[in-house]
Unconditional design. Structure first.
Ligand SMILES: *Cc1c(COP(=O)(O)O)cnc(C)c1O
Length: 843
């Protein structure tokens, strides 16, 4: 949920012409330049229009007071208008039936203002890549507006559309759906004149009754298009097109001559490039692409076929075909890395344009707002823009000025030329360099400490060199964490619960090895009830980095009480002794009503109060005595065997004991503490019990406790091949001489060992790693910092420095590793050593 950017939508009155609101309260004719759907992204209050959305993860109306406070004076709401008018008489307020619908209607009218071609792209995979390929190929011939990143949802599409302007000559938008009936809504907004259906896979299948239903739903995007391109070798897609009667607009391509409009053929040259030829009647086009993988070839074929439908001159067509050779892999990640000198790097290798700049600045702002690190921005010239440089850099300068920062570094001729737009009084310092080399040769980068550094450059500026320069040089072995997958997994679990139930995220053991801070940061906008950690120090660290969520400490120790109250951490209370001691501590600190969480032991037999009547009566008595000091924020219990179907009687008994105990305690208090029982497995198998909260642990990391839920893998552990060796016949490998390979065999040495948390039980073929999609067994014993793998199967096809996956790909997930050594996934991930570098990205 992001604001749209360079749109100048004129006034609220203009916008209202597109709608039939229920009621309006208009006080002025202010210009509207920003549509805001997420209150945290506010940068320019006076000309922002806020849409208060109700979504699964929250209610935007809650943020209106705060936004008003900051100077916002235009709101779309879907609640009765009167109380708002009374409270905010000088604000413009519009009441509509549904705010998202209203935004979509505005976008659909906005779309109708423009007559240039609009390309709509849908499909299961490759939408963003195809969009970016087309942008790269066509930007010499058209002034293109396109979706920022992968803005393809019910909200992303309207926000993208509102970027359309008079100055453009072509638009390219993505449309993604996860539910039936969604596409027609997107079709009415995008109204593509041309289209591409990339492919159909299993993604988001859960909400569709069949693959056919999903295909037909996606095809709705093209009902009013002139033509759309698709892979005619997919029988399912072909059938969908026939069923919907769309054959007259469908332009298929096939590897079989005569089967479809285009006949396609490929030839692979062995050096990583592929030659694609498409032929229709006696016309043919041939291009070379710098890829050899299936997905890229399919994506490029779609582009080539679509380009055949555009009215280009011969010279233009030639130029576009030549550009296929310069396509590059599309990086869509915003990656966060540890830097030197306490810096953190936000590396955005996505195309450098003004929309993605705003997204990156928002991301940086969100991080610095709580981490108290300073913000530094390193930006290159923005190439391939439709705007005149003067207008563009004026706009960029104004945008940058809205984001607090201490240093702005511009790299490139144009930024040097227009540096006046960046010298605003009262803002941070600025520095300008014509080239990346000049910046690297200067000392400036070495003076930056304790900052969040945004590094954002167009490809030709090779900003990866700046990232390398600033990054911490550590161990080659890296745990890559997909922050987006974390959020999606959280949503999958939320969907299992009743809408009012909130989630406590278990972040113990450094967030199950993922990194507690980054985990908290990634999820803090998801309306979490709290985080839980094992030890007070873990909580203290989160607070010191600016995490504001309630934090529960599961194993509070008396020695840590000081830290807990200082850092506003909430202890779990598991017996009378700890309750009295904590109450005494609270009293000494002059505090009161301090929140605590009472655990009942209903069968786990770990910590907690036994829920028999005598124990609970006594506890209730003590709670009375400490009443003004302590407030029971919640009462909970922990399930011992929620993942064991055989033990469901036992588990149901735990629920019953808990309910009874919690009811009794509540009856003895003058208020109602919150309740929570389920862990990950409990949410999956026992979601017929409803409580205020549930505690999500391992499921967040993409590991379903029962295997019944489709989740996204979150973490990928990778390293590189240090060395390759051919082993003389009969020789042995490693300590104890336990390893051997086939005669003439090769081994590779990789820098990960049991000190990194790679279990020694993987020794001697029990474990494997993935290299070039091939499983290679461990040979010999795992050493402390290294181990050896058998490369015989890959002989001649690997080189030193190649990537080695330890886990995180199909066939080699954490659960596979756990199974190999007879343990549980929890152990595999929580044991990964802190010395393994963690990198985080947002897809
Ligand atoms: C660790 C823990 C959880 C989470 O368990 P998962 O199986 O990872 O979901 C929940 N509650 C308590 C008390 C825990 O200690």
């Amino acid at each position: 949920m992001t604001p749209i950017y360079n749109t100048i939508m004129s006034t609220l009155q203009n916008i209202l012409e597109y709608l039939r609101p229920i009621q309006t309260h208009l006080v002025d004719e202010r210009p509207i330049r920003h549509i805001l759907t997420d209150s945290r992204k506010l940068t320019s209050p006076s000309d922002s229009l806020f849409f208060a959305m109700r979504t699964a993860s929250g209610d935007g109306h809650k943020y209106i007071p705060q936004l008003y406070e900051h100077g916002v004076r235009a709101f779309f709401i879907c609640e009765p208008i009167e109380p708002y008018v009374e409270r905010y008489p000088d604000a413009n307020i519009v009441q509509v039936q549904e705010t998202l619908r209203a935004l979509q209607q505005i976008a659909s009218h906005w779309r109708m203002r423009y007559n240039y071609p609009v390309i709509g792209i849908t499909g299961s995979n490759g939408k963003t890549v195809v969009k970016e390929f087309l942008y790269h190929l066509l930007s010499g011939c058209y002034r293109i507006v396109r979706s920022p990143k992968s803005y393809n949802s019910q909200l992303g599409v309207p926000l993208s559309i509102l970027n359309m302007e008079e100055e453009h000559t072509l638009a390219i938008f993505e449309a993604g759906i996860s539910m039936p009936m969604e596409m027609l809504r997107l079709q009415r907004i995008i109204r593509p004149t041309l289209g591409i259906l990339t492919n159909i896979g299993a993604a988001h299948q859960e909400n569709f009754v069949s693959l056919n239903q999903k295909i037909e739903e996606k095809l709705q995007l093209f009902v009013d298009a002139d033509h759309f391109v698709y892979d005619a070798d997919s029988d399912e897609i072909q059938r969908g097109i026939d069923n919907l009667g769309l054959s007259d607009k469908a332009i298929g391509w096939s590897l079989t001559p005569g089967k479809a409009y285009y006949h396609v053929s490929y030839s692979h040259s062995g050096d990583g490039t592929t030659i694609i030829t498409v032929q229709h009647a006696d016309e043919s086009s041939t291009v070379t692409i710098p890829f050899a993988d299936q997905a890229s070839i399919q994506n490029a074929t779609h582009c080539l076929c679509l380009i055949g439908l555009l009215p280009l001159t011969t010279a233009q067509r030639q130029a576009v075909l030549a550009r296929f050779a310069t396509l590059e892999a599309i990086e869509m990640r915003l990656e966060v890395k540890e830097g030197q000198a306490g810096n953190r790097l936000i590396n955005d290798a996505y195309n450098n344009d003004i929309n993605s700049l705003r997204i990156a600045l928002d991301f940086q702002k969100q991080r610095t707002a709580t981490s108290h690190q300073q913000a530094v921005i390193i930006l290159s010239d923005i190439l391939q823009s439709a705007q005149l440089p003067r207008d563009l850099y004026k706009q960029v300068g104004e945008m940058i000025a809205q984001y607090p920062h201490t240093l702005f570094i511009g790299v490139g001729r144009e930024l040097c030329n227009y540096q006046d737009y960046f010298q605003r009084s009262g803002e941070g310092k600025t520095a300008f360099y014509e080239t990346t080399d000049q910046l690297l040769a200067d000392d400036l980068l070495g003076t930056i400490t304790h900052a969040e550094i945004l590094v954002k450059g167009a490809r030709q500026f090779q900003f990866e060199r700046i990232v390398q320069h600033l990054a911490k040089q550590v161990h080659e072995t890296t745990l890559e964490i997909d922050l987006e997958a974390l959020v999606n997994n959280l949503k999958s679990y939320k969907a299992l619960l009743s809408p009012e139930t909130r989630i406590i995220v278990m972040a113990k053991a450094q967030g199950y090895g993922i990194g507690a801070y980054e985990l908290a940061k990634a999820l803090e906008q998801q309306d979490l009830a709290a985080l839980a950690v094992a030890l007070a120090d873990e909580g203290k660290e989160l607070r010191s980095k600016g995490i504001l969520l309630p934090i529960i400490v599961m194993n509070p120790e008396v020695e840590a009480f000081e830290v807990m109250t200082q850092s506003r951490l909430e202890p779990e209370i598991y017996n009378e002794r700890i309750l009295r001691e904590f109450a005494r501590h609270v009293e000494r600190q002059g505090l009161s009503h301090y929140p605590v969480h009472i655990e009942l032991d209903t069968g786990m037999h770990r910590t907690g109060f036994t829920p028999d009547r005598a124990t609970l009566e006594h506890l209730a008595q003590t709670l009375h005595e400490v009443e003004p000091l302590i407030r029971v924020q919640s009462i909970f219990t922990h399930l011992a065997a929620a993942d064991e179907p055989m033990m469901s009687d036992f588990t149901e008994q735990q629920f019953a004991l808990y309910d009874e105990g919690a009811d009794y305690l509540t009856s003895q208090l003058s208020y109602r503490p919150l309740r929570h029982v389920q862990n990950t497995a409990g949410m999956e198998r026992y979601n017929h019990h409803h409580y205020d909260m549930a505690r999500l642990g391992v499921g967040l990391y993409g590991i379903s406790a029962t295997g019944s839920l489709t989740l996204e893998p979150v973490a990928k552990l990778r390293t590189t091949l240090l060395q390759i060796k051919t082993i003389p016949d009969g020789e042995t490998i490693g300590y104890g001489r336990r390893g051997q390979v086939a005669p003439g065999g090769q081994i590779g040495i990789i820098p990960i060992g049991y000190a990194d948390g790679y279990d020694r039980r993987f020794s001697c073929g029990v474990g494997s790693v993935m290299i070039h999609d091939t499983l290679c067994p461990i040979v010999g014993n795992v050493c402390m910092d290294t181990c050896m793998v058998d490369l015989t199967a890959l002989q001649g096809k690997v080189a030193e420095g190649d990537e080695v996956i330890i886990f995180g790909v199909p066939g080699l997930q954490v659960s596979d590793l756990a199974e190999r050594i007879g343990t549980i996934p929890y152990e595999v991930i929580s044991k990964l050593s802190p010395r393994i570098k963690r990198t985080y990205y947002k897809s």
